[in-house]
Write a protein that binds this ligand. Structure first.
Ligand SMILES: C[S@@+](CC[C@H](N)C(=O)[O-])C[C@H]1O[C@@H](n2cnc3c(N)ncnc32)[C@H](O)[C@@H]1O
Length: 234
């Protein structure tokens, strides 16, 4: 679970730029594929940026995340969107959604493949017939060890970032926050690199009929080098 300090930094320094890019591409993808999206759910929605984009598009958008700090920010950004604080490995709402999304390496936050299977089974249950589950996955070729570097700063705050690969399939993202008048703060986010072929096979096992995994969502989009895009249809 992300700390409140990290959630604040994530929001204030605009680290949620990624769902903005993803959201723009998703709207184009929806249009090109003639998908009728009346309802959407964003799993591990963070500060709610993608939910806001889907809400703006006209869908009844919902979001969920297990960091209450993220959901507090999402609710304060838009009080019309329904947000749940929950763990996606057990989350299973009764409603069905035309599109379920999960971005920003959120699936890589789940280390056990058995927990990912639980998520996929639940997502299959609450995806509408003919609906889609679209998410990204870390591309292992783009993950490497880095030295710590200053990523962002204000007059009173500095944020350092370091990515390390402590084991072949593990990534650690270390964020250090130095704020005037406060003790330095450190957050370590541990991610697991999953084999895209294994993930696609698991989606099929959980019932999805067609599954693709590519380095871009749109044929003509520049690839997002650290990401695989997975599209599964029900
Ligand atoms: C890097 S952030 C991405 C947030 C947002 N999707 C974005 O693209 O900006 C990963 C998010 O996954 C959430 N998360 C991790 N494990 C989760 C779980 N088991 N259930 C729900 N949310 C989870 C974290 O709280 C965090 O907000």
């Amino acid at each position: 679970m992300y700390s409140d300090v990290f959630c604040k930094v994530y929001n204030e320094f605009g680290w949620n730029y990624y769902p903005e890019i993803f959201g723009e591409q998703l709207l184009t993808w929806i249009k090109r594929n003639n998908v009728n999206v009346k309802t959407s759910l964003d799993l591990a929605c963070g500060t709610g940026v993608l939910c806001e984009i889907m809400h703006g598009y006209g869908a009844i958008a919902r979001g969920m995340d297990f960091s209450s700090g993220m959901i507090d920010i999402a609710r304060s950004r838009n009080g019309d969107i329904h947000y749940d604080v929950a763990d996606m490995t057990v989350y299973c709402p009764d409603e069905k959604f035309d599109i379920v999304t999960c971005t920003g390496d959120a699936i890589n936050h789940i280390s056990e493949i058995s927990d990912i299977e639980k998520i996929f089974k639940n997502v299959y249950a609450y995806t509408a017939e003919g609906g889609y589950f679209i998410f990204d996955l870390l591309n292992e070729n783009e993950v490497s060890d880095s030295e710590p570097f200053e990523m962002d700063f204000t007059d009173t705050m500095k944020v350092w970032f370091q990515m390390t690969r402590p084991a072949d399939n593990k990534v650690n993202l270390c964020i250090r926050v130095f704020e005037e008048g406060k003790e330095p703060f450190e957050e370590n986010i541990r991610e697991t690199i999953h084999d895209p072929a294994e993930i696609c096979a698991l989606l099929k096992k959980c019932g999805f009929s067609s599954v693709t995994c590519r380095d871009r969502l749109l044929d003509d989009a520049e690839n997002h080098s650290t990401t695989w895009f997975v599209v599964a249809s029900k």
